[in-house]
Design a protein around this ligand. Structure first.
Ligand code: GTR
Length: 342
């Protein structure tokens, strides 16, 4: 019931029942507590980063602007909250790039398997003109891309066995995000791809509806998936980043100065998030090992990348996509500065 009321309040554009109560005075001054959604719990780095952005916004505007993050997936799965965001029922949303791949072809690019050579390479790409082009590509879809956040490397985990070669995935039911690209990637390795929302994965593993999934260590740990699926195999096949978007409907209601402030504070939350992210990966990895997870390196990564590479041709079809992929491949691995360039 609470969840229903909260969801309804946000949908009504009230900014949430609690937030609405706080608003009245500051709304008269053109202010607002912006609503934002996240599938992760409130201590997760993505949630912390958006809260930090809210803190900065509030500090710079004397409390006129702020952000309330609805964490833990309380407003629904990413696919659904994205839809709500596009029609303006939510002001902001932090999601993975995967559910956006069905909406905008440019978002396919950073989600391609084995595209980035390192975290340095990824950060350099996302901080520069290529990243900006991808953020801008969402505008015709009713969203303003504000910034990217790290999401580490996704690897396979399952209830049955260590994955050392693609053959080990044969016949396994692997949960994927709601994205044709992810379905294709998993099918090409010989596994059975099962699209499902993140919130359903733990139960599906426990009940044997699926045999495994793929994700970074912090999500694997935070979702307690490791308890049911203790084999974690370091294929590191995708580095699809997280993205923070704002509803175009809300953006257009902001003054030019406030838009600049929103964009600037979002950028400033990126290095903050990266610091939290790096320590979260270390911490989750230690806790997973302590929790009895069997982590294995995969010696022949080339066997996976060779099978997954044809997915590029299927999903990279437009001249704009091809140009960006070429630019990314030509870019060096040097880490970004941590400052996001406009
Ligand atoms: C996580 C990501 C979430 C969600 C999740 C999933 O790594 O942070 O936004 O996309 O993966 O697999 O659904």
């Amino acid at each position: 019931m609470t969840q229903f009321l909260t969801r309804r309040a946000v949908l009504m554009g009230a900014g949430g029942m609690g937030a609405a109560g706080l608003l009245s005075g500051c709304e008269r001054r053109g202010g607002r507590v912006l609503t934002s959604s996240d599938t992760h719990p409130s201590d997760y780095p993505t949630v912390q980063a958006v809260k930090e952005m809210g803190r900065l916004l509030s500090e710079r505007t004397g409390g006129r602007l702020g952000i309330h993050v609805y964490a833990g997936g309380q407003l629904g799965a990413e696919r659904d909250t994205l839809e709500i965001t596009t029609f303006g029922g939510l002001d902001m949303n932090r999601v993975n790039l995967a559910p956006l791949t069905a909406i905008e072809p440019m978002t396919v690019i950073p989600s391609l398997p084995f595209l980035f050579r390192s975290t340095g390479h990824l950060r350099r790409v996302l901080d520069g003109a290529v990243g900006q082009a991808i953020l801008d590509s969402l505008r015709p879809h009713g969203m303003v891309g504000l910034c990217f956040y790290d999401s580490g490397e996704r690897s396979f985990y399952n209830t049955k066995r260590p994955i050392l070669a693609p053959e080990d995935l044969k016949g396994l039911k692997i949960r994927v995000q709601n994205s044709d690209l992810f379905v294709a990637m998993i099918k090409t390795l010989g596994a059975d791809a099962t699209p499902m929302d993140m919130g359903e994965v733990y139960q599906a593993l426990v009940q044997g509806v699926i045999d495994g999934a793929e994700n970074n260590q912090p999500s694997y740990f935070t979702g307690r998936h490791f308890e049911a699926a203790p084999y974690y195999s370091l294929t590191r096949h995708v580095m699809a980043p997280e993205i923070l978007v704002m509803s175009m409907a809300r953006w257009e209601k902001l003054s030019p100065a406030d838009r600049e402030l929103v964009q600037e504070t979002a950028r400033q939350s990126v290095p903050f998030m990266r610091t939290l992210w790096d320590s979260r990966v270390t911490d989750a990895t230690q806790k997973l090992l302590a929790g009895g997870v069997k982590v294995n390196e995969v010696a022949d990564i080339a066997a996976f990348s060779a099978l997954m590479r044809p997915v590029w041709d299927r999903f990279v079809t437009t001249p704009d996509q091809k140009r960006l992929v070429a630019e990314i491949e030509a870019m060096s691995d040097d880490a970004g500065t941590g400052e996001v360039t406009p």
